[in-house]
Design a protein around this ligand. Sequence first.
Ligand SMILES: [Zn+2]
Length: 102
Amino acid sequence: MSRIHNTVDSGSVKMLRFIPSGRRLWIVVGKDGEYWTDPELGFCSCKDYYFSTLSKGHPCYHLNSVHQALLEDKFRVFEFSDGDYTALLQAVAEDSANQLLR
Ligand SMILES: [Zn+2]
């Protein structure tokens, strides 16, 4: 559990909120990159998700971190306009979103 708490405590869970739609993206920054995580769909873009979550049903630590962050109400919120949604998703896919989220 400590990895999850460290992730939450260090502010590595980020919620991107898009205005005016209210659409959200969750990003979890880990040691080896940043991942798009969707707690409602139970989806994460990391490798563990493909190797463990889909086959064994264990949520990866990014998903666990978002759930924990929601429980503790401890995440960083960044607001963008809806027009930036696609660009942000692409930045996450390219592992460069962190540059936009300082
Ligand atoms: Zn993950």
